[in-house]
Design a protein around this ligand. Sequence first.
Ligand code: GAR
Length: 199
Amino acid sequence: MKARVAVMASGNGSNFQAITEASKTNRLSAEIVGLICNKKSALALERAQALGVPSVVILRSQFLNLEAWNLAMSEQLEKWRADWVVLAGFTGLVGRHLLEKFPNRFINSHPSLLPKFGGKGMYGDHVHRAVVAAKETTSGISVHLLNEHFDEGPVLAQKPVPVLPGDTAETLAERIKTEERKFFPQVLEDLLTGRIKSR
Ligand code: GAR
């Protein structure tokens, strides 16, 4: 039976789309059972509709605290009977109680070679701006297990991507995302088929 994978995203959703397309074309042995979004305006929601993936918006502002918000997400994940949860550009914090429901099955992709350029506030273009400002010659992608701290869980796989002379955050972001849209579904497939171990 195929693994049931739920995705959480906050913005553009191009990785969500790449993962869903990989599952539809059998490059990923998973069924994408739903998308949780914490932003009403996220393009990811339109992509979900076009791809025929159920989606829900669960806003942090509708809940008193992190635990209550996480509980609402957890209930949705249970409704979908998700086995794995994949963060694809999700900006919210996932707390301990929610993580504990999916031990070793909460996966995130981050657009740098962790532990470099990770941590609170380091997401999307913020990461690429910092990499360019630091005059790095290599950046990349890290797929890692999630823990309670932003970008600190154990790394499962990494792919270096060159930073070229004259790169801006935008050109670097595009080069990394082009690679990430292939790399992330591939690493997920390796995890689901046991080629990479998450524990
Ligand atoms: C991706 O590059 C992902 O690695 C990054 O956000 C981007 C989302 O792009 N995630 C983080 O920075 C997490 N700390 P997308 O919405 O087009 O998939």
